[in-house]
Design a protein around this ligand. Structure first.
Ligand code: NAD
Length: 476
């Protein structure tokens, strides 16, 4: 296979400097590309250009919107090529990659619409003093240069969730894609150029997080960071960036609760199996991980859950029939294996799965788990579901909340009181009733509490984060 080489993009110029990092096909181990690792000088040049472009060139809201509409259409035209690129660099299945591309088209399209709707608000000034003879309103202005740092698991759509709203809001960008899966994000830049985005509006630096990413964090001229990735790196970014703006989209160990009055248990079990074990091979921040099932329905639910799990096709992710491919690396599969083994050593039972073959980890259901096991209290980021019985709704809400994370939670019930209690008492950024924690629409506000992050994504909400609200007071 022909290998591609990716460098950096500064003011539209391709630059190839720095140590080369190989990029592999995660299924067969073949090298498919290499990227150059940007040093401090390249990062500085990328930020220089972003600053210069922001100060000198402005695109009108209509121009920004038109570029994003065109980009959405080009992504759609190239969807098969882009999906295959994701399959190869991430190892995720073609089914999941197709969904990822559809979501990116949606994200660009929503951002295009929102580019034309950015506005402040009228501010009432009712007091006699100092409000007398004055009127006030706010306007939203772009923050300036945005540093966007993205993870491997959805390399195209998560970049889209940063890049498209940043453009819509009138900012310039320096993007650092995940070094382990950078290829499809690079294709997004070609598409944006073809869609008419002038040079300098988006600049890309490739390379290792601790080098290239770190240089970007240390450049004070970057006004805001938008990051999706691990809690560990998110905490580091928060520490390093001082009083600059950040949005952090981090991990979770998502609880899902199936109450005894849930409608259509078989379908619920199938959905839980799919979203915990098959979708992105469990490498989703909102993957079903802690699955609490009411004891009255546990036996029936368990039967359906195991049946659904046994039907998954494991194999070559390029095959459209495949449900589960490899994890991102053998090292990550070994970590998942070690966590499961540790749980088993401490009393957990494997209901199915629990085996590793290279980077593949079989879809696994555990029971007899305790809250302190790593598979329960940390983010597994692999195809593992923990099945836990309960009989008391207060107890299960308390257990669901008993986590350092708070991204999304799922609850299946036909009891309105319990649903409303969940909306009020569950400490998460998103409470999903009668669907799994993994539900996400690109329109809705999305983001966690506690260690799951800070700020919201979803183009409408990301644009709020990526603009400053300026107050204007007029003395009449
Ligand atoms: P990661 O944190 O290892 O890497 C993410 C990005 O950060 C990469 O581009 C990496 O190069 C960069 N990075 C690493 N160290 C850095 C540093 N010191 N300075 C600047 N940049 C640095 O995450 P990952 O393994 O790629 O992705 C998996 C994680 O992402 C999981 O924890 C998952 O939950 C999370 N995630 C969250 C969401 C969400 O929306 N909340 C979505 C997807 C993934």
């Amino acid at each position: 296979m022909n290998q591609s080489r990716f460098g950096h993009i500064v003011n539209g110029e391709r630059m190839y400097t720095g140590e080369e990092i190989p990029v592999y096909n995660k299924y067969n181990g073949e090298q498919i590309a290499s990227i150059c690792c940007a040093d401090e000088e390249v990062v500085k040049q990328a930020v220089d250009q972003a600053v210069k472009t922001f100060k000198k060139e402005k695109l009108t809201a209509y121009q920004r919107s038109d570029i994003l509409v065109k980009a959405a259409s080009l992504i759609n035209e190239r969807k098969d090529e882009l999906a295959l690129s994701i399959v190869r660099e991430v190892g995720k299945t073609l089914k999941d990659a197709n969904t990822e591309i559809e979501r990116a088209v949606e994200t660009f399209s929503i951002s295009a619409e929102e580019a034309k709707r950015i506005s402040g608000e009228g501010v009432p000034l009712p007091s006699k003093h100092p409000g007398e003879n004055r009127m006030a309103f706010t306007v939203r202005v772009p923050v300036g240069v945005i540093g966007a740092i993205t993870p491997f698991n959805m390399p195209f759509t998560l970049a889209a969730h940063k890049v498209a709203p940043a453009i819509a809001a009138g900012n310039t960008i320096v993007l650092k894609p995940a070094e382990i899966a950078p290829i499809t994000a690079m294709k997004m830049i070609d598409i944006l150029e073809e869609a008419g985005l002038p040079p300098g509006f988006i600049n890309v630096i490739n390379g290792l997080g601790q080098k290239t990413g770190q240089y970007l964090l240390e450049d004070d001229r970057v006004n805001m960071f938008t990051f999706t990735g691990s809690v560990h790196v998110g905490q580091h970014i928060k520490r390093v960036t001082g009083i600059r703006k950040v949005t952090l989209e981090l991990g979770n160990n998502s609880p899902n609760i199936v109450h005894k009055d849930a409608v259509n248990l078989e379908q619920v079990a199938q959905l839980c199996a799919q979203r915990g074990l098959s979708t992105l091979n469990g490498q989703a921040c909102i993957s079903v991980q802690r699955l609490y099932v009411h004891q009255d329905i546990m036996e029936e639910f368990k039967k359906y859950l195991i049946q659904a799990t046994e039907q998954f096709v494991v194999g070559d992710p390029e095959n459209i029939e495949t449900d589960i491919g490899p994890l991102i690396s053998e090292v990550q599969a070994q970590r998942v294996e070690a966590w499961v083994n540790e749980a088993v050593k401490n009393g957990a039972r494997v209901l199915c799965g629990g085996e590793r073959n290279g980077a593949f980890y079989s879809p696994t259901i555990l029971t007899d788990v305790t809250a302190t096991m790593k598979v329960m209290c940390e983010e597994v980021f692999g195809p593992v579901i923990n099945l836990i019985p309960y009989d008391d709704i207060d107890w299960v809400f308390n257990e669901a909340n008993n986590s350092d994370y708070g991204l999304q939670v799922g609850l299946f019930t036909s009891n309105l009181q319990i649903a409303m209690k969940a909306a009020q008492e569950l400490e998460f950024g998103g409470v999903i009733i009668n669907d799994v924690s993994t539900y996400r629409s690109d329109w809705t506000p999305y983001g966690g509490v506690k260690n799951s992050g800070l700020g919201k994504e979803g183009p409408i909400y990301a644009i709020q984060e990526m603009t400053d609200e300026k107050t204007v007071v007029i003395n009449l």
